[in-house]
Design a protein around this ligand. Structure first.
Ligand SMILES: Cc1ncc(C[n+]2csc(CCOP(=O)(O)OP(=O)(O)O)c2C)c(N)n1
Length: 306
């Protein structure tokens, strides 16, 4: 089984069809296209409720040229565990010779909040599934409500700003560390701005289950930026240190894309309408810079250079 390491290694055949209703610039469509290209025709995609599911399966159409299951918001991981177990049993009994990759594509609400217990259980049991969280940092499909993955200070419809509020009051949940704490075999963070890094990690994750990828998913609609900037914005997230590109395997965490000189977090924040009220809250911006500095110290990124 040869590895897919860069965009040049990708198969030509498309397995994610156009014609879906995801927004222009949506990071979930870019991810889905890559995942099904890399995983191939026998992969089985499990898709809990969310933008990706709703917008790619408008009856009677579907964008998925691979087997695909929509399941409830709560149970992406356990649906995948069941599919994998069924294939193992069928194979053992001689009914099939297939042992497909089973891959969940879940939003941050479906992963870090509502589907979390099913995911934790699957990881703890060591179920041989790959879970990819496309993290657009809010419940976008239902109108931009905050999730536990929404960043500190961000506006959402349920973390508004105004006289008594500066946006979300809590830091983002650290799903990468939580996955490692469950002793998964492989875990990574990734994003579309570093596409070869992303491609290599998808390939590695599907071949080394139980595995997890936390994918920073740009969302022009919910983050309030021009759709042409989707890829650029994720590069800036990485360069500020707010989204370190990490990989965990064999008990070691490493930074896969070095950041020797960081951009100040203001560069990332003020590209987006969801943070624009922070111009009146320098203390919140300072805390976000400190958070980036903490990540830099933890993962070995360089100092901020204005
Ligand atoms: C148990 C349950 N609660 C609420 C909903 C309504 N609902 C459907 S999609 C969605 C938002 C999903 O958010 P996320 O997982 O972050 O994915 P995104 O929409 O951002 O892609 C919600 C709240 C639901 N389907 N099931």
């Amino acid at each position: 089984m040869s590895s897919i390491r860069t965009i040049k290694d990708l198969p030509i055949e498309e397995r994610f069809a156009p014609g879906h209703s995801l927004c222009p610039g949506c990071g979930a469509s870019m991810l889905a296209k890559l995942v099904v290209k890399i995983a191939g025709k026998d992969a089985i995609i499990v898709n809990p409720t969310g933008c990706l599911e709703v917008c790619t399966s408008l009856y009677p159409n579907s964008s998925w040229k691979v087997p695909w299951i929509h399941n409830a918001f709560e149970n992406g991981a356990i649906t995948a565990s069941g599919v994998k177990a069924a294939f193992k049993a069928l194979k053992r009994k001689g009914y099939t010779d297939k042992d497909p990759y089973v891959i969940v594509l879940g939003g941050d609400g479906g992963t870090s909040d509502i589907g979390f217990q099913a995911l934790s259980g699957a990881w703890e049991r060591g179920d041989e599934i790959t879970y990819i969280c496309y993290d657009n940092e809010a419940y976008m499909n239902t109108g931009i409500q905050r999730s536990s993955a929404t960043p500190f200070g961000a506006w959402t419809t349920t973390s508004p700003f105004g006289r008594v509020s500066f946006g979300k009051k809590q830091l983002k949940k650290d799903l990468f560390s939580i996955a490692i704490a469950h002793r998964v075999k492989y875990a990574a963070t990734a994003t579309i701005g570093y596409v070869n890094d992303l491609i290599r990690k998808i390939d590695k994750a599907i071949k080394n289950p139980p595995s997890f990828i936390h994918y920073l998913c740009p969302c022009p609609t919910g983050w309030r930026f021009d759709e042409s900037l989707s890829v650029e914005i994720t590069k800036v997230a990485v360069q500020t240190g707010l989204w370190p590109l990490l990989e965990y395997e064999n008990g070691q965490v490493k930074l896969t894309v070095p950041v020797r000189k960081r951009l100040p977090v203001t560069k990332y924040l003020f590209m987006q309408g969801r943070f624009k009220h922070l111009k009146d809250h320098p203390e919140v911006v300072k805390r976000i810079q400190e958070y980036a500095d903490e990540l830099a110290a933890k993962y070995g990124m360089g100092p901020v250079e204005e």
